[in-house]
Design a protein around this ligand. Structure first.
Ligand SMILES: *[C@@H]1O[C@H](CO)[C@@H](O)[C@H](O)[C@H]1NC(C)=O
Ligand SMILES: *[C@@H]1O[C@H](CO)[C@@H](O)[C@H](O)[C@H]1NC(C)=O
Ligand SMILES: *[C@@H]1O[C@H](CO)[C@@H](O)[C@H](O)[C@H]1NC(C)=O
Ligand SMILES: *[C@@H]1O[C@H](CO)[C@@H](O)[C@H](O)[C@H]1NC(C)=O
Ligand SMILES: *[C@@H]1O[C@H](CO)[C@@H](O)[C@H](O)[C@H]1NC(C)=O
Ligand SMILES: *[C@@H]1O[C@H](CO)[C@@H](O)[C@H](O)[C@H]1NC(C)=O
Ligand SMILES: *[C@@H]1O[C@H](CO)[C@@H](O)[C@H](O)[C@H]1NC(C)=O
Length: 469
Protein backbone atom coordinates (compact mmCIF):
# COMPACT_ATOMS: atom_id res chain seq x y z
CA UNK A 1 0.00 0.00 0.00
CA UNK A 2 2.81 2.36 0.98
CA UNK A 3 4.72 1.32 -2.10
CA UNK A 4 1.86 2.21 -4.41
CA UNK A 5 1.37 5.52 -2.61
CA UNK A 6 5.04 6.42 -3.10
CA UNK A 7 4.95 5.26 -6.70
CA UNK A 8 1.94 7.46 -7.41
CA UNK A 9 3.58 10.40 -5.68
CA UNK A 10 6.85 10.05 -7.53
CA UNK A 11 4.94 9.54 -10.76
CA UNK A 12 3.17 12.82 -10.25
CA UNK A 13 6.36 14.46 -9.18
CA UNK A 14 8.19 13.35 -12.34
CA UNK A 15 5.48 14.46 -14.74
CA UNK A 16 4.98 17.75 -13.04
CA UNK A 17 8.49 18.95 -12.13
CA UNK A 18 10.37 17.59 -15.16
CA UNK A 19 7.42 18.38 -17.35
CA UNK A 20 8.46 16.58 -20.57
CA UNK A 21 11.48 14.42 -21.30
CA UNK A 22 12.32 14.95 -24.99
CA UNK A 23 15.27 13.12 -26.42
CA UNK A 24 16.73 12.96 -29.89
CA UNK A 25 17.88 9.61 -31.20
CA UNK A 26 19.80 9.14 -34.40
CA UNK A 27 20.09 5.64 -35.71
CA UNK A 28 21.95 4.58 -38.83
CA UNK A 29 19.84 2.76 -41.40
CA UNK A 30 19.83 -0.95 -40.70
CA UNK A 31 21.05 -0.56 -37.11
CA UNK A 32 19.08 -1.33 -33.95
CA UNK A 33 16.77 1.18 -32.29
CA UNK A 34 16.29 0.76 -28.56
CA UNK A 35 14.09 3.00 -26.38
CA UNK A 36 14.13 2.56 -22.60
CA UNK A 37 10.60 2.53 -21.23
CA UNK A 38 9.83 4.09 -17.91
CA UNK A 39 8.30 1.78 -15.32
CA UNK A 40 5.19 3.94 -15.26
CA UNK A 41 4.70 3.82 -19.03
CA UNK A 42 1.30 2.55 -19.96
CA UNK A 43 1.46 2.78 -23.72
CA UNK A 44 3.80 3.77 -26.54
CA UNK A 45 2.58 5.86 -29.43
CA UNK A 46 4.29 6.34 -32.79
CA UNK A 47 3.85 9.36 -35.06
CA UNK A 48 5.62 9.14 -38.38
CA UNK A 49 7.82 12.04 -39.41
CA UNK A 50 5.35 13.30 -42.00
CA UNK A 51 2.48 12.89 -39.48
CA UNK A 52 0.67 10.63 -41.93
CA UNK A 53 0.54 7.84 -39.41
CA UNK A 54 -0.08 7.91 -35.68
CA UNK A 55 -0.95 4.84 -33.67
CA UNK A 56 -0.38 3.02 -30.40
CA UNK A 57 2.47 0.58 -30.98
CA UNK A 58 2.34 -1.06 -27.60
CA UNK A 59 0.18 -0.98 -24.48
CA UNK A 60 0.27 -3.02 -21.31
CA UNK A 61 -2.35 -5.45 -22.53
CA UNK A 62 -1.44 -5.82 -26.23
CA UNK A 63 1.38 -7.12 -28.42
CA UNK A 64 3.48 -4.44 -30.14
CA UNK A 65 2.43 -3.57 -33.69
CA UNK A 66 6.07 -3.19 -34.70
CA UNK A 67 9.36 -3.98 -33.04
CA UNK A 68 9.51 -5.86 -29.74
CA UNK A 69 9.34 -5.05 -26.07
CA UNK A 70 12.15 -6.78 -24.24
CA UNK A 71 12.34 -6.93 -20.45
CA UNK A 72 15.69 -7.07 -18.80
CA UNK A 73 15.51 -7.00 -15.04
CA UNK A 74 13.47 -4.04 -13.91
CA UNK A 75 13.63 -2.30 -17.27
CA UNK A 76 11.64 -2.65 -20.44
CA UNK A 77 13.08 -1.73 -23.81
CA UNK A 78 11.28 -1.15 -27.05
CA UNK A 79 13.52 -2.52 -29.80
CA UNK A 80 13.51 -2.43 -33.60
CA UNK A 81 16.30 -4.69 -34.87
CA UNK A 82 16.95 -3.01 -38.20
CA UNK A 83 15.50 0.44 -38.74
CA UNK A 84 14.32 1.81 -42.05
CA UNK A 85 13.14 5.28 -43.00
CA UNK A 86 9.56 4.18 -42.19
CA UNK A 87 10.57 4.10 -38.52
CA UNK A 88 11.41 7.82 -38.39
CA UNK A 89 9.16 9.86 -36.15
CA UNK A 90 8.17 10.49 -32.54
CA UNK A 91 7.85 7.69 -30.01
CA UNK A 92 5.69 8.98 -27.17
CA UNK A 93 5.38 7.20 -23.84
CA UNK A 94 2.07 7.77 -22.03
CA UNK A 95 2.13 7.06 -18.32
CA UNK A 96 -0.39 5.52 -15.97
CA UNK A 97 -1.94 8.92 -15.35
CA UNK A 98 -2.72 9.54 -19.00
CA UNK A 99 0.07 12.06 -19.39
CA UNK A 100 3.01 12.16 -21.81
CA UNK A 101 6.04 10.79 -19.97
CA UNK A 102 8.68 11.12 -22.67
CA UNK A 103 9.12 11.68 -26.39
CA UNK A 104 11.92 10.16 -28.44
CA UNK A 105 12.47 11.92 -31.74
CA UNK A 106 13.99 9.23 -33.93
CA UNK A 107 15.94 10.17 -37.00
CA UNK A 108 17.34 7.54 -39.38
CA UNK A 109 20.71 8.37 -40.87
CA UNK A 110 22.19 7.21 -44.15
CA UNK A 111 24.97 4.70 -43.99
CA UNK A 112 28.32 6.12 -44.97
CA UNK A 113 31.39 4.41 -46.16
CA UNK A 114 34.64 5.70 -47.51
CA UNK A 115 36.50 3.23 -49.60
CA UNK A 116 39.83 3.40 -51.35
CA UNK A 117 39.59 2.59 -55.02
CA UNK A 118 41.66 -0.46 -55.80
CA UNK A 119 42.01 -0.58 -59.59
CA UNK A 120 40.74 -3.80 -61.07
CA UNK A 121 38.53 -4.69 -58.13
CA UNK A 122 34.73 -4.63 -58.06
CA UNK A 123 32.86 -2.02 -56.05
CA UNK A 124 30.05 -3.78 -54.24
CA UNK A 125 27.10 -1.86 -52.80
CA UNK A 126 24.70 -3.80 -50.63
CA UNK A 127 20.98 -3.17 -51.15
CA UNK A 128 20.48 -3.56 -47.39
CA UNK A 129 17.28 -5.50 -47.59
CA UNK A 130 15.61 -3.11 -50.02
CA UNK A 131 13.62 -4.70 -52.76
CA UNK A 132 15.60 -4.67 -56.01
CA UNK A 133 12.80 -2.82 -57.84
CA UNK A 134 12.94 0.05 -55.35
CA UNK A 135 16.60 0.95 -55.55
CA UNK A 136 18.25 3.81 -57.29
CA UNK A 137 21.98 4.36 -57.53
CA UNK A 138 23.45 7.68 -58.54
CA UNK A 139 27.02 8.62 -59.20
CA UNK A 140 28.41 12.09 -58.52
CA UNK A 141 31.87 12.49 -59.94
CA UNK A 142 34.29 15.27 -60.65
CA UNK A 143 33.40 15.44 -64.32
CA UNK A 144 29.89 14.04 -64.54
CA UNK A 145 26.84 12.89 -62.60
CA UNK A 146 24.94 9.84 -63.72
CA UNK A 147 22.10 7.57 -62.63
CA UNK A 148 23.50 4.06 -62.72
CA UNK A 149 20.50 2.08 -61.45
CA UNK A 150 16.83 3.06 -61.53
CA UNK A 151 13.98 0.82 -60.32
CA UNK A 152 16.48 -1.98 -60.13
CA UNK A 153 17.53 -1.63 -63.77
CA UNK A 154 21.19 -1.02 -64.69
CA UNK A 155 20.46 2.05 -66.82
CA UNK A 156 24.09 3.18 -66.55
CA UNK A 157 25.15 0.26 -68.72
CA UNK A 158 24.12 2.22 -71.82
CA UNK A 159 26.61 4.92 -70.99
CA UNK A 160 30.04 5.29 -72.41
CA UNK A 161 32.56 4.05 -69.90
CA UNK A 162 30.18 1.62 -68.26
CA UNK A 163 29.09 -0.69 -71.08
CA UNK A 164 27.86 -3.53 -68.94
CA UNK A 165 29.92 -2.82 -65.86
CA UNK A 166 26.85 -2.49 -63.64
CA UNK A 167 25.79 -5.87 -62.32
CA UNK A 168 22.72 -6.31 -60.14
CA UNK A 169 22.01 -9.32 -58.00
CA UNK A 170 19.17 -9.73 -55.52
CA UNK A 171 21.35 -8.44 -52.69
CA UNK A 172 23.84 -6.02 -54.16
CA UNK A 173 24.89 -3.78 -57.00
CA UNK A 174 28.38 -4.16 -58.36
CA UNK A 175 30.40 -1.78 -60.44
CA UNK A 176 32.92 -4.10 -62.05
CA UNK A 177 36.63 -3.43 -62.40
CA UNK A 178 36.87 0.10 -61.06
CA UNK A 179 39.66 2.48 -61.89
CA UNK A 180 40.59 6.09 -61.19
CA UNK A 181 37.78 7.43 -63.36
CA UNK A 182 35.20 5.83 -61.04
CA UNK A 183 36.28 7.90 -58.07
CA UNK A 184 33.36 9.88 -56.61
CA UNK A 185 30.22 9.58 -54.53
CA UNK A 186 27.71 6.76 -54.96
CA UNK A 187 24.25 7.32 -53.48
CA UNK A 188 21.82 4.46 -53.01
CA UNK A 189 18.26 5.55 -52.37
CA UNK A 190 14.92 3.85 -51.84
CA UNK A 191 11.60 4.40 -53.64
CA UNK A 192 10.90 7.50 -51.53
CA UNK A 193 14.19 9.14 -52.38
CA UNK A 194 15.60 8.49 -48.92
CA UNK A 195 19.35 8.17 -49.05
CA UNK A 196 20.12 4.71 -47.71
CA UNK A 197 23.85 4.53 -48.35
CA UNK A 198 26.53 6.96 -49.36
CA UNK A 199 29.74 5.43 -50.58
CA UNK A 200 32.69 7.59 -51.31
CA UNK A 201 35.20 5.95 -53.56
CA UNK A 202 38.39 7.82 -52.85
CA UNK A 203 41.62 8.18 -54.76
CA UNK A 204 43.40 6.54 -51.84
CA UNK A 205 45.24 3.47 -53.12
CA UNK A 206 44.12 4.30 -56.61
CA UNK A 207 47.49 4.66 -58.31
CA UNK A 208 47.80 2.16 -61.09
CA UNK A 209 50.03 -0.67 -59.99
CA UNK A 210 51.35 -2.61 -62.95
CA UNK A 211 50.51 -6.28 -62.72
CA UNK A 212 53.60 -8.42 -63.25
CA UNK A 213 53.08 -11.33 -65.60
CA UNK A 214 55.57 -14.12 -66.10
CA UNK A 215 55.46 -16.58 -68.92
CA UNK A 216 57.79 -19.25 -70.14
CA UNK A 217 58.71 -18.94 -73.80
CA UNK A 218 56.08 -20.82 -75.79
CA UNK A 219 53.29 -20.49 -73.26
CA UNK A 220 50.03 -18.67 -73.78
CA UNK A 221 49.19 -15.17 -72.56
CA UNK A 222 45.58 -14.10 -72.06
CA UNK A 223 44.53 -10.53 -71.34
CA UNK A 224 40.84 -10.10 -70.68
CA UNK A 225 39.17 -7.43 -72.76
CA UNK A 226 35.53 -7.19 -71.68
CA UNK A 227 33.35 -4.75 -73.64
CA UNK A 228 34.11 -1.78 -71.45
CA UNK A 229 37.67 -1.60 -72.72
CA UNK A 230 38.33 0.47 -75.75
CA UNK A 231 41.91 -0.28 -76.61
CA UNK A 232 44.95 -2.42 -75.82
CA UNK A 233 48.40 -0.99 -76.38
CA UNK A 234 51.85 -2.47 -76.26
CA UNK A 235 55.25 -0.92 -75.73
CA UNK A 236 58.69 -2.30 -75.02
CA UNK A 237 62.23 -1.08 -74.75
CA UNK A 238 62.65 -1.31 -78.49
CA UNK A 239 59.11 -0.61 -79.64
CA UNK A 240 57.26 2.55 -78.82
CA UNK A 241 53.55 2.48 -77.96
CA UNK A 242 51.50 0.68 -80.61
CA UNK A 243 47.86 -0.36 -80.70
CA UNK A 244 47.45 -4.12 -80.50
CA UNK A 245 43.68 -3.97 -80.48
CA UNK A 246 41.48 -2.87 -82.15
CA UNK A 247 43.67 -3.36 -85.17
CA UNK A 248 43.23 -4.71 -88.64
CA UNK A 249 46.63 -6.41 -88.62
CA UNK A 250 46.25 -10.13 -89.11
CA UNK A 251 48.37 -12.21 -86.83
CA UNK A 252 48.30 -15.94 -86.28
CA UNK A 253 50.04 -15.67 -82.93
CA UNK A 254 48.11 -12.70 -81.53
CA UNK A 255 44.34 -12.61 -81.79
CA UNK A 256 41.09 -11.72 -80.06
CA UNK A 257 38.69 -14.45 -79.05
CA UNK A 258 35.12 -14.21 -77.79
CA UNK A 259 32.93 -11.17 -77.42
CA UNK A 260 31.09 -9.13 -74.82
CA UNK A 261 32.15 -9.88 -71.30
CA UNK A 262 34.21 -12.84 -72.46
CA UNK A 263 36.38 -11.10 -75.01
CA UNK A 264 40.09 -11.96 -74.62
CA UNK A 265 43.31 -10.99 -76.26
CA UNK A 266 45.54 -14.00 -76.70
CA UNK A 267 49.20 -14.44 -77.58
CA UNK A 268 50.08 -18.02 -78.25
CA UNK A 269 52.90 -18.93 -78.16
CA UNK A 270 54.63 -16.12 -76.30
CA UNK A 271 58.11 -15.08 -77.51
CA UNK A 272 60.74 -12.69 -76.16
CA UNK A 273 59.44 -10.02 -78.53
CA UNK A 274 56.23 -9.96 -76.49
CA UNK A 275 58.10 -8.80 -73.40
CA UNK A 276 56.97 -5.33 -72.47
CA UNK A 277 54.05 -3.32 -71.19
CA UNK A 278 50.41 -3.90 -72.06
CA UNK A 279 48.00 -1.05 -71.35
CA UNK A 280 44.22 -1.33 -71.26
CA UNK A 281 42.28 1.86 -71.99
CA UNK A 282 38.68 2.51 -71.06
CA UNK A 283 36.05 4.48 -72.94
CA UNK A 284 36.85 7.59 -70.94
CA UNK A 285 40.25 7.48 -72.61
CA UNK A 286 42.01 6.72 -69.39
CA UNK A 287 44.49 3.99 -68.67
CA UNK A 288 42.59 1.38 -66.73
CA UNK A 289 45.27 -1.24 -66.16
CA UNK A 290 48.87 -2.01 -66.94
CA UNK A 291 50.52 -5.41 -67.30
CA UNK A 292 54.24 -6.02 -67.53
CA UNK A 293 55.21 -9.25 -69.21
CA UNK A 294 58.49 -11.01 -68.60
CA UNK A 295 59.45 -14.07 -70.62
CA UNK A 296 61.71 -16.85 -69.39
CA UNK A 297 63.70 -19.63 -71.02
CA UNK A 298 61.81 -22.88 -71.20
CA UNK A 299 63.56 -26.03 -70.07
CA UNK A 300 61.97 -29.30 -71.00
CA UNK A 301 62.81 -32.94 -70.81
CA UNK A 302 61.21 -34.59 -73.78
CA UNK A 303 60.67 -38.28 -74.33
CA UNK A 304 62.14 -39.74 -77.47
CA UNK A 305 62.80 -43.10 -78.95
CA UNK A 306 66.06 -44.39 -80.22
CA UNK A 307 66.03 -44.30 -84.01
CA UNK A 308 63.02 -41.98 -84.26
CA UNK A 309 62.80 -38.31 -85.17
CA UNK A 310 63.19 -35.84 -82.33
CA UNK A 311 61.35 -32.57 -82.97
CA UNK A 312 61.99 -29.21 -81.39
CA UNK A 313 59.16 -26.74 -81.96
CA UNK A 314 60.12 -23.20 -82.94
CA UNK A 315 57.28 -21.86 -80.74
CA UNK A 316 56.22 -19.19 -83.14
CA UNK A 317 59.71 -17.97 -84.07
CA UNK A 318 60.53 -17.41 -87.71
CA UNK A 319 62.74 -20.12 -89.10
CA UNK A 320 65.39 -17.59 -90.25
CA UNK A 321 65.74 -16.31 -86.68
CA UNK A 322 66.70 -19.48 -84.89
CA UNK A 323 69.97 -21.08 -83.93
CA UNK A 324 70.23 -24.51 -82.37
CA UNK A 325 73.18 -25.57 -80.30
CA UNK A 326 73.93 -29.03 -78.99
CA UNK A 327 76.00 -29.47 -75.83
CA UNK A 328 77.09 -32.36 -73.72
CA UNK A 329 80.22 -33.24 -71.76
CA UNK A 330 82.22 -33.83 -74.91
CA UNK A 331 81.02 -31.38 -77.47
CA UNK A 332 79.48 -28.06 -78.41
CA UNK A 333 77.99 -28.24 -81.87
CA UNK A 334 75.96 -25.64 -83.72
CA UNK A 335 73.31 -27.64 -85.54
CA UNK A 336 71.24 -24.86 -87.07
CA UNK A 337 72.25 -21.31 -87.82
CA UNK A 338 69.68 -18.73 -89.00
CA UNK A 339 67.32 -21.53 -89.87
CA UNK A 340 69.80 -23.49 -91.99
CA UNK A 341 71.33 -26.80 -90.98
CA UNK A 342 75.06 -26.40 -90.47
CA UNK A 343 76.88 -28.76 -92.78
CA UNK A 344 79.74 -30.19 -90.86
CA UNK A 345 80.87 -33.60 -91.90
CA UNK A 346 82.96 -33.80 -88.73
CA UNK A 347 80.05 -34.15 -86.39
CA UNK A 348 77.81 -37.12 -85.95
CA UNK A 349 74.68 -35.04 -86.72
CA UNK A 350 75.76 -34.68 -90.31
CA UNK A 351 72.77 -34.92 -92.67
CA UNK A 352 70.39 -35.63 -89.82
CA UNK A 353 69.07 -32.10 -89.16
CA UNK A 354 66.00 -30.74 -90.94
CA UNK A 355 64.32 -27.41 -90.47
CA UNK A 356 60.67 -26.78 -91.30
CA UNK A 357 58.69 -23.57 -90.79
CA UNK A 358 57.53 -24.74 -87.39
CA UNK A 359 60.19 -27.05 -86.02
CA UNK A 360 63.68 -28.51 -86.17
CA UNK A 361 63.99 -32.25 -86.54
CA UNK A 362 66.83 -34.45 -85.47
CA UNK A 363 66.41 -37.58 -87.53
CA UNK A 364 67.24 -41.02 -86.27
CA UNK A 365 68.20 -39.84 -82.81
CA UNK A 366 70.52 -42.11 -80.89
CA UNK A 367 72.09 -42.40 -77.49
CA UNK A 368 75.15 -40.50 -78.71
CA UNK A 369 72.84 -37.50 -79.26
CA UNK A 370 72.12 -37.22 -75.54
CA UNK A 371 72.72 -33.74 -74.20
CA UNK A 372 71.06 -30.37 -74.27
CA UNK A 373 69.55 -28.73 -77.34
CA UNK A 374 69.52 -24.98 -76.89
CA UNK A 375 67.38 -22.87 -79.17
CA UNK A 376 68.22 -19.18 -79.37
CA UNK A 377 66.51 -16.39 -81.26
CA UNK A 378 67.99 -13.77 -83.61
CA UNK A 379 69.19 -11.71 -80.65
CA UNK A 380 70.89 -14.64 -79.00
CA UNK A 381 68.26 -14.94 -76.27
CA UNK A 382 67.96 -18.47 -74.96
CA UNK A 383 64.46 -19.60 -75.95
CA UNK A 384 64.58 -23.09 -74.62
CA UNK A 385 66.77 -25.94 -73.54
CA UNK A 386 65.45 -29.35 -74.45
CA UNK A 387 66.92 -32.52 -73.09
CA UNK A 388 65.87 -35.75 -74.77
CA UNK A 389 64.97 -38.60 -72.49
CA UNK A 390 65.22 -41.97 -74.11
CA UNK A 391 62.27 -44.24 -73.65
CA UNK A 392 63.07 -47.79 -74.54
CA UNK A 393 60.52 -49.65 -76.53
CA UNK A 394 60.50 -53.09 -78.03
CA UNK A 395 63.09 -52.97 -80.79
CA UNK A 396 62.54 -55.63 -83.38
CA UNK A 397 65.97 -54.96 -84.88
CA UNK A 398 67.78 -55.16 -81.57
CA UNK A 399 65.79 -58.20 -80.57
CA UNK A 400 66.59 -59.81 -83.87
CA UNK A 401 70.30 -59.29 -83.37
CA UNK A 402 70.20 -60.57 -79.82
CA UNK A 403 68.01 -63.46 -80.63
CA UNK A 404 69.93 -64.47 -83.70
CA UNK A 405 72.98 -65.05 -81.56
CA UNK A 406 71.85 -66.40 -78.21
CA UNK A 407 68.60 -68.30 -78.54
CA UNK A 408 69.65 -69.91 -81.79
CA UNK A 409 72.22 -71.79 -79.75
CA UNK A 410 69.73 -72.64 -77.04
CA UNK A 411 67.26 -73.80 -79.63
CA UNK A 412 69.79 -76.19 -80.99
CA UNK A 413 70.18 -77.71 -77.56
CA UNK A 414 66.61 -77.82 -76.32
CA UNK A 415 64.74 -78.07 -79.57
CA UNK A 416 61.03 -78.77 -79.28
CA UNK A 417 60.75 -77.82 -75.64
CA UNK A 418 61.71 -74.22 -76.36
CA UNK A 419 59.75 -74.12 -79.59
CA UNK A 420 56.55 -74.81 -77.65
CA UNK A 421 57.41 -72.28 -75.00
CA UNK A 422 58.21 -69.63 -77.59
CA UNK A 423 55.03 -70.07 -79.60
CA UNK A 424 52.96 -69.87 -76.46
CA UNK A 425 54.51 -66.61 -75.34
CA UNK A 426 54.15 -64.93 -78.72
CA UNK A 427 50.39 -65.35 -78.50
CA UNK A 428 50.35 -63.06 -75.50
CA UNK A 429 50.17 -59.38 -76.40
CA UNK A 430 53.57 -58.57 -77.73
CA UNK A 431 52.65 -55.04 -78.82
CA UNK A 432 52.78 -53.52 -75.35
CA UNK A 433 54.60 -50.25 -75.49
CA UNK A 434 57.51 -50.03 -73.12
CA UNK A 435 58.80 -53.52 -73.11
CA UNK A 436 62.29 -54.24 -72.07
CA UNK A 437 64.68 -55.80 -74.45
CA UNK A 438 65.02 -58.74 -72.08
CA UNK A 439 61.37 -59.59 -72.40
CA UNK A 440 61.60 -59.78 -76.18
CA UNK A 441 64.06 -62.62 -75.81
CA UNK A 442 61.13 -64.93 -75.30
CA UNK A 443 59.81 -64.04 -78.69
CA UNK A 444 62.23 -65.65 -81.02
CA UNK A 445 61.15 -64.07 -84.28
CA UNK A 446 62.65 -66.92 -86.24
CA UNK A 447 60.41 -69.35 -84.49
CA UNK A 448 57.43 -67.07 -84.36
CA UNK A 449 57.70 -66.32 -88.04
CA UNK A 450 56.97 -69.91 -88.80
CA UNK A 451 53.47 -69.28 -87.51
CA UNK A 452 53.13 -65.60 -88.36
CA UNK A 453 55.03 -64.86 -91.53
CA UNK A 454 54.27 -61.12 -91.58
CA UNK A 455 55.90 -58.80 -89.10
CA UNK A 456 53.37 -56.59 -87.33
CA UNK A 457 52.75 -53.34 -89.19
CA UNK A 458 54.85 -50.37 -88.15
CA UNK A 459 57.55 -52.40 -86.53
CA UNK A 460 59.55 -53.11 -89.63
CA UNK A 461 63.14 -52.51 -88.68
CA UNK A 462 64.13 -50.10 -91.41
CA UNK A 463 66.79 -47.63 -90.58
CA UNK A 464 65.51 -44.19 -91.54
CA UNK A 465 67.71 -42.29 -93.88
CA UNK A 466 67.38 -38.50 -94.09
CA UNK A 467 66.44 -38.72 -97.73
CA UNK A 468 63.23 -40.54 -96.87
CA UNK A 469 61.68 -37.83 -94.75
C1 LIG B 1 7.77 15.30 -32.32
O1 LIG B 1 7.91 15.90 -31.05
C2 LIG B 1 8.45 17.20 -31.07
C3 LIG B 1 8.62 17.68 -29.62
O2 LIG B 1 7.49 17.44 -28.87
C4 LIG B 1 7.51 18.10 -31.85
O3 LIG B 1 8.04 19.40 -31.90
C5 LIG B 1 7.32 17.54 -33.27
O4 LIG B 1 6.37 18.28 -33.98
C6 LIG B 1 6.86 16.11 -33.22
N1 LIG B 1 6.86 15.57 -34.52
C7 LIG B 1 5.91 14.75 -34.98
C8 LIG B 1 6.10 14.18 -36.36
O5 LIG B 1 4.92 14.49 -34.32
C1 LIG C 1 33.76 -8.95 -60.21
O1 LIG C 1 32.46 -9.43 -60.39
C2 LIG C 1 32.31 -10.33 -61.48
C3 LIG C 1 30.83 -10.63 -61.66
O2 LIG C 1 30.18 -10.82 -60.44
C4 LIG C 1 33.12 -11.59 -61.18
O3 LIG C 1 33.01 -12.49 -62.25
C5 LIG C 1 34.56 -11.19 -61.00
O4 LIG C 1 35.32 -12.33 -60.63
C6 LIG C 1 34.70 -10.12 -59.93
N1 LIG C 1 36.07 -9.66 -59.93
C7 LIG C 1 36.77 -9.46 -58.82
C8 LIG C 1 38.16 -8.95 -59.00
O5 LIG C 1 36.30 -9.68 -57.71
C1 LIG D 1 26.73 16.86 -59.97
O1 LIG D 1 25.77 17.08 -58.96
C2 LIG D 1 26.22 17.91 -57.92
C3 LIG D 1 25.15 17.93 -56.83
O2 LIG D 1 23.88 17.95 -57.36
C4 LIG D 1 26.48 19.31 -58.48
O3 LIG D 1 26.93 20.17 -57.49
C5 LIG D 1 27.54 19.19 -59.56
O4 LIG D 1 27.74 20.43 -60.19
C6 LIG D 1 27.14 18.17 -60.60
N1 LIG D 1 28.28 17.95 -61.45
C7 LIG D 1 28.21 17.89 -62.79
C8 LIG D 1 29.49 17.66 -63.52
O5 LIG D 1 27.14 18.03 -63.37
C1 LIG E 1 12.22 11.36 -56.12
O1 LIG E 1 12.99 12.31 -56.87
C2 LIG E 1 12.65 12.41 -58.23
C3 LIG E 1 13.59 13.38 -58.90
O2 LIG E 1 14.60 13.81 -58.07
C4 LIG E 1 11.19 12.84 -58.38
O3 LIG E 1 10.86 12.89 -59.73
C5 LIG E 1 10.30 11.85 -57.63
O4 LIG E 1 8.98 12.26 -57.67
C6 LIG E 1 10.74 11.69 -56.21
N1 LIG E 1 9.97 10.62 -55.60
C7 LIG E 1 9.44 10.69 -54.38
C8 LIG E 1 8.66 9.50 -53.92
O5 LIG E 1 9.55 11.67 -53.69
C1 LIG F 1 71.41 -29.48 -69.62
O1 LIG F 1 70.38 -28.63 -69.14
C2 LIG F 1 70.03 -28.87 -67.82
C3 LIG F 1 68.86 -28.01 -67.50
O2 LIG F 1 68.95 -26.76 -68.09
C4 LIG F 1 71.24 -28.62 -66.92
O3 LIG F 1 70.90 -28.88 -65.58
C5 LIG F 1 72.38 -29.51 -67.35
O4 LIG F 1 73.52 -29.22 -66.58
C6 LIG F 1 72.68 -29.31 -68.79
N1 LIG F 1 73.64 -30.29 -69.24
C7 LIG F 1 74.64 -30.00 -70.06
C8 LIG F 1 75.50 -31.10 -70.42
O5 LIG F 1 74.82 -28.85 -70.49
C1 LIG G 1 81.24 -25.84 -74.67
O1 LIG G 1 81.13 -24.42 -74.61
C2 LIG G 1 81.14 -23.91 -73.29
C3 LIG G 1 80.89 -22.42 -73.38
O2 LIG G 1 81.41 -21.86 -74.53
C4 LIG G 1 82.47 -24.25 -72.64
O3 LIG G 1 82.47 -23.75 -71.32
C5 LIG G 1 82.67 -25.74 -72.62
O4 LIG G 1 83.92 -26.04 -72.11
C6 LIG G 1 82.55 -26.29 -74.02
N1 LIG G 1 82.58 -27.75 -73.94
C7 LIG G 1 83.26 -28.50 -74.81
C8 LIG G 1 83.24 -29.95 -74.58
O5 LIG G 1 83.86 -27.99 -75.73
C1 LIG H 1 73.71 -27.25 -95.72
O1 LIG H 1 73.34 -28.07 -96.79
C2 LIG H 1 71.98 -27.95 -97.19
C3 LIG H 1 71.69 -28.99 -98.25
O2 LIG H 1 72.84 -29.39 -98.86
C4 LIG H 1 71.73 -26.53 -97.69
O3 LIG H 1 70.40 -26.39 -98.07
C5 LIG H 1 72.09 -25.58 -96.59
O4 LIG H 1 71.95 -24.25 -97.05
C6 LIG H 1 73.49 -25.79 -96.05
N1 LIG H 1 73.69 -25.01 -94.86
C7 LIG H 1 74.61 -24.07 -94.69
C8 LIG H 1 74.62 -23.35 -93.36
O5 LIG H 1 75.39 -23.81 -95.53
Amino acid sequence: MWVLWILLLTGNFITESWSLDVSHLSVTYGQQLSITMMSVTDKLEFTSVNKEQSYIIWSRNAQPKKGKVISSGEENHFVIKSVTFDDQGNYTQWNLWGKVGSVHLVKVLSKRRIQGCVPGKNLSISMDGLSKDDVKLQFFGKDFNLTLVEHGLPVGNNQFGYWGRIHITSKSIQVLIVDGSDVGKYILSDHENNTVTIIILSMFNCELQPTQLKRIHGQQLIIKLPIWYKKLEFSSEKEKQSVLWPSCAQHTRKYVKGSGYKRQFIINPVTYNDQGTYTRWNYRDQVSSVFKLEVFTATHIKDCEDGKTFTISLDGLAKEDVTLLFTNEDSNITLVEHGLPVNNSHNHFSERIQVTSSDIQVLNIGVSDMGNYTLTDHEGRKVKVITPHFVYKAKPLLALLLLLLIPALICCCYGDKIYKKCTRSTTTTAASTTMSAVKTENQNPLLADKKKPKAPAGRTPVKQSPAQK
